[in-house]
Design a protein around this ligand. Structure first.
Ligand SMILES: N[C@@H](CCC(=O)N[C@@H](CS)C(=O)NCC(=O)O)C(=O)O
Length: 255
């Protein structure tokens, strides 16, 4: 038995856990599903209605990215800890801010431009089983409407999300202004990982753990949205973390 990570492949919350598994060199298989079709699988395996769901070899289920990171961190050598003992509280506070605010509003802003993009279908169905690929393709018009409603993908809500994303990026710019290399302390931590992963749908790092189209293939409105984000200190920092700290080794798929 090995770890199993149930995902929606391109999901940035799933990327958080995938990055931690890769970084800590924990063997796992990825069990990827398109949006909506992930729900029966996540439930069946003991999770809730969201992914990631990480299932440990002993059957323990971690149905939230932070629970999964905390669990994996307990296996890590002291020098590889994502929550270093001396900075644990600071790291957890930043991770929570990124989980609760950055991740939610980045997702809405990305979907505002990409929900109807031609690349949505291939991105969501890469590395998933044939049956789900066919089902997702057939139900895509309906799913788009449901996702639009569930995630409030409207220009008004998108504008509010833009403000929230920029607030968090201002906070990160302010932290970086003293020249630090990592958000907390002298080493890479769960704060850095969460920040870079949860911003990634807007920065599109080439090292992302799920194949994404290049920025040049994205709609012009998306390119305009993200240009000032990747050019500011927080955006450059997130891309540097991917370059320097992300091991890009795809896990085998669930047979
Ligand atoms: N707090 C959760 C958030 C996870 C989350 O929002 N996952 C999204 C994918 S990006 C999801 O499963 N959405 C599907 C749904 O809500 O039905 C975590 O950190 O794991």
């Amino acid at each position: 038995m090995t770890y199993r990570l149930v995902t929606i492949g391109p999901s940035h919350y799933c990327e958080k856990v995938r990055w931690a598994l890769d970084r800590l060199q924990v063997p796992y298989v990825e069990d990827a599903h398109p949006p909506a079709l992930h729900i029966p699988r996540a439930w069946w395996l003991g999770g809730g209605k969201t992914v990631p769901v990480l299932i440990a070899p002993d059957g323990q289920v971690y149905a939230d990215s932070t629970f999964a990171l905390e669990h994996l961190d307990a296996l890590a050598a002291p020098e590889a800890k994502l929550y270093p003992a001396e900075h644990g509280a600071e790291v957890r506070a930043l991770e929570e801010r990124f989980d609760e605010v950055l991740g939610v509003h980045v997702r809405r802003l990305a979907y505002l431009h990409l929900l109807y993009a031609k690349d949505l279908l291939p991105v969501m169905t890469r590395r998933v089983g044939l049956c789900e690929r066919v089902t997702f393709r057939a139900t895509l018009p309906l799913l788009r409407r449901l996702m639009k409603r569930a995630l409030k993908i409207t220009p008004e809500a998108g504008a509010r999300s833009r403000v929230r994303v920029l607030e968090v990026l201002d906070e990160v710019d302010a932290l970086l202004a003293d020249g630090r290399r990592f958000l907390v302390g002298e080493r890479f931590s769960a704060a850095d990982l969460s920040f870079a992963a949860l911003l990634a749908p807007l920065t599109l790092p080439p090292e992302y753990g799920w194949p994404m189209p290049p920025l040049s293939a994205m709609p012009a409105s998306f390119q305009e949205e993200v240009a000032p984000i990747v050019a500011r200190p927080a955006g450059e920092f997130a891309l540097r973390l991917y370059r320097d700290e992300r091991r890009a080794t795809p896990a085998p798929l669930l047979a």
